[in-house]
Design a protein around this ligand. Structure first.
Ligand code: PMP
Length: 392
């Protein structure tokens, strides 16, 4: 059997549905304007919320770390791979998140895989929002816990599931803090209240909330004033923090448990010195000033209001993630391509990442966008939106 024939047939299927993708190869670093095929394009799809990828203090920290420690850490954390900068980063992250401890992983994705599979046993139940990120879904798949999914942000369903799972050893309610495809915020106060009423654990993935929500970008727990009431906070170091990596913030005992049982932590080489030092510098930048977070929200509020005034459907967005809902996959991808011709990149997101009729281009506003950048994006969106009959 030629297995490549099967792969070719699968890819042809994607092409016929307008879902086939070629990778865009950018010729400059992550910034508001990036070079693609020799042309400057306004970037409206990067997770670099605060523009930290190019912050001078972060770059300097990376250079100094390479000089001092070299480029690799040499092994997993439990052998030679824990450097003093890894430990310092964890201390700063715990302070930033208001928890006893934090533990760093190589990515947000592996953080969810490691934490969920370590925390959930066969006698437990995990209760998850239907729109939670793929890394949560995969993390749950690695466990033998009973799985329950509740409709997006539906607190009645969550309560019903909490009632029905009371005989399980422990119940863990898992939610994104900010949902990555719609940019809406989880109703964390309600989730915490229900979890307390039914003695369940709350697990929040703040990948898109860290550096964005809360004082100085401390995340959704801080945003809602729920310190001490959210048991497990997940963050990524690859979005607002501007580098790469992930972490769990919570109790010291949780950290010690994960050190002994989270498989990506145990069996995959630790963050490089430059990465650890960069992330540490980023947390210090956030800790010392709220200016970037304030700019991010100023840009977000104005831009979303402008889009809505033009008549675009921005879905449930409450954060810098602003989708423009378009519909079927082929039209969505054509819209994104057409926008690129105008000099603006907004990623088309289609089935199976979102429902078949809920294809969208996902815009992400950052603190670094100037008023002129956002006006340029708006003009281009208006032009293409009219061509597609999305707005009048
Ligand atoms: N959780 C959520 C909610 C995310 O959106 C992402 C990023 N795609 C991740 C986890 C994974 O983070 P990372 O990119 O750092 O692996």
């Amino acid at each position: 059997m030629n297995y490549l024939n099967d792969l070719a047939a699968y890819l042809e299927g994607l092409k016929s549905e307008g879902r086939y993708r070629t990778l865009k190869v950018w010729e400059s670093g992550s910034d508001t304007w990036m070079v693609l095929n020799g042309r400057k394009i306004l970037q409206m799809s990067s997770n670099n919320y605060l523009g930290l990828t190019n912050h001078p203090k972060l770059k300097q920290a990376a250079i100094e770390a390479i000089d001092k420690y070299g480029v690799g850490s040499g092994s997993v954390r439990t052998i030679t791979g824990t450097l003093d900068i890894h430990e310092e980063l964890e201390i700063e992250l715990a302070k930033f998140k208001g928890t006893e401890a934090a533990l760093v992983f190589q990515s947000g994705f592996t953080t969810n895989q490691g934490a969920l599979s370590a925390v959930l046993g066969p006698d437990d139940a995990v209760i998850s929002d239907e729109l939670n990120h793929a890394s949560i879904i995969d993390g749950i798949r690695l466990t033998k816990a009973t799985r329950k999914i509740y409709a997006h942000k539906d607190m009645d369903q969550l309560e019903a599931v909490l009632k029905e799972t009371q005989h399980h050893r422990k119940r863990v309610v898992v939610t994104d803090g900010v949902f990555s495809m719609d940019g809406d915020i989880a109703p964390l106060p309600d989730i915490v209240q229900l979890a307390e009423a039914y003695d369940a654990i709350v697990y929040v993935d703040d990948a898109h909330a860290s550096g964005v929500l809360g004082k100085n970008g401390k995340g959704s727990t801080d945003h809602f004033g729920l310190h001490g009431r959210v048991h497990i906070q997940i963050g990524t170091l690859s979005k607002a923090i501007g580098c790469v990596g992930g972490y769990v913030a919570g109790a010291q005992l949780l950290k010690e448990h994960l050190i002994h049982s989270a498989r990506p932590f145990l069996f995959s080489t630790s963050q490089t010195p430059a990465v650890a030092a960069t992330c540490l510098a980023a947390i210090q930048v956030l800790r010392d000033s709220s200016d970037l977070v304030t700019r991010l929200w100023d840009n977000t509020g104005g831009f979303r209001a402008d889009l809505q005034r033009l008549g675009f459907d921005t879905g449930a967005s409450e954060t810098p993630i602003i989708p423009i809902i378009i519909g079927d996959p082929a039209t969505t991808m054509r819209f994104s391509d057409r926008l690129l011709e105008e000099g603006v990149f907004a990623q088309g997101i289609v089935y199976p990442t979102v429902a078949m009729d809920k294809g969208r281009v996902r815009l992400i506003v950052t603190a670094q966008h100037t008023k002129e950048d956002l006006a340029f994006a708006l003009n281009s969106l208006q032009k293409v939106g009219r061509e597609f009959g999305l707005i009048s």
